[in-house]
Write a protein that binds this ligand. Structure first.
Ligand code: FAD
Ligand code: NAP
Length: 313
């Protein structure tokens, strides 16, 4: 049996939402505990340049998150390296159990568990995951120096991944299921101007193909969405960049969710369907999903929690 620790406020997640909540809650003298989870710093730790964080024309994602953690700690938050495995919101104090064996009891909880990459769900994608199939160019791009790669998706992530991969790969093919991208125009401009990039429009990935010994990708089969014709695109690496799904597994049977798994909050606030439980960032937001909006919601959650605790704890 591990130890049990009680806190007024438990913050679960260490992305922009969690760290901002920790800064505000610390300044409100709530002495919050923040549990970081499997990805300390959250999604921005798997990207490179961030160009839309106000005050920094350009900042590296991992650097920004190190600074946010330091800020939260400097204000008095305790940042804990642990992963919450179970969370019981059925009675107060709320109880969370960490992978370390520690049990955390809390008068109030801020959920800031963010989102995780989506996969296509193809058996061949599963087979080659980690052997040529990846959802993180920043993590794996280096392995494809001088090789051809394919990226699929049409949002900001796909375009940024494709551009990043041009630093290593000899050729980058972006395959998208429609005839236009939803990525920001500035990113689209950079993509279309890059001589290493080719775009294959109106194609969906049919399967990933490769060798068994050793296990490795040799290409993808892409299906024309109008004619059904198959084109095989050779590549050594295949990057899936089709968006993210909210990390609501811990609370899916306890809180009201909507829009495919996002935690529902009272509009204009961070109150969830259980009093004393607040949610912020990508976990609640299927529309904006930005670092700055997540940070803003982290601030709101800490203020909401502070007021709620003053009335109820
Ligand atoms: P996240 O950053 O997703 O963090 C979630 C946190 O929850 C993680 O620390 C994780 O470890 C933790 N967690 C999850 N489950 C548990 C658990 N069970 N126990 C404990 N902790 C848990 N946005 C921009 O504004 N500008 C950009 O340039 C930009 N670039 C991006 C590039 C990429 C490749 C990606 C994927 C996203 C990018 N975004 C960008 C979006 C931005 O990263 C997200 O909107 C933002 O990180 C969401 O913050 P968050 O705090 O809600 O959650
Ligand atoms: P996204 O905006 O949801 O885009 C997902 C893309 O993948 C869409 O183009 C979608 O196609 C495609 N797609 C989805 N499911 C698919 C499937 N099963 N098969 C094939 N294609 C599929 O996701 P994102 O690009 O990861 O961005 C997520 C959020 O993070 C956004 O809010 C984004 O602005 C933010 N972000 C910001 C930055 C930045 O500011 N620089 C960088 C990265 C991410 P359709 O277009 O046809 O729907």
């Amino acid at each position: 049996m591990g130890e049990t620790r009680h806190t007024k406020l438990l913050i679960i997640g260490s992305g922009p939402a969690g760290y901002t909540a920790a800064v505000y809650a610390s300044r409100a003298m709530l002495s919050p505990l923040l549990v970081q989870g499997i990805q300390p710093g959250g999604q921005l730790t798997i990207t490179t340049e961030v160009e839309n964080w106000p005050g920094d024309t350009e900042v590296q994602g991992p650097d920004l998150m190190v600074r946010m953690e330091a800020h939260a700690v400097a204000m008095g938050a305790e940042v804990i390296s642990d992963i919450i495995l179970t969370l019981d919101l059925g009675k107060r104090p709320f109880t969370a159990v960490g992978d370390s064996g520690t049990t955390y009891t809390a008068d109030a909880v801020i959920l800031a568990t963010g989102a995780q990459a989506k996969w296509l769900g193809l058996p061949s994608e599963e087979k080659f995951k980690g052997f040529g199939v990846s959802a993180c160019a920043t993590c794996d791009g280096f392995f494809y120096r001088g090789r051809e790669v394919v990226v699929t998706g049409g949002g900001n992530t796909a375009v940024e991944e494709a551009l990043f991969l041009t630093n290593f790969a000899s050729k980058v093919t972006l395959i998208h299921r429609r005839d236009s991208l939803r990525a920001e125009k500035i990113l689209q401009d950079r993509l279309f101007k890059n001589p290493k990039v080719t775009v294959l429009w109106n194609h969906a990935i049919d399967s990933v193909v490769g060798d068994d010994t050793p296990l490795g990708v040799t290409g993808v089969r892409a299906k024309d969405v109008t004619t059904g014709a198959i084109t095989e695109v050779p590549c050594a690496g295949f990057f899936v960049a089709i968006g993210h799904a909210p990390a609501s597994e811990l609370v899916k049977d306890q809180l009201e969710l909507h829009n495919g798994g996002y935690v529902k909050v009272t509009p204009g606030s961070t109150h969830t369907s259980i009093p004393g439980v607040f949610a912020a960032g990508d976990l609640t937001d299927h529309v904006y999903r930005q670092a700055v909006t997540s940070a803003g919601m982290g601030c709101m959650a800490a203020l909401d929690a502070e007021r709620w605790l003053a009335e109820h704890a």
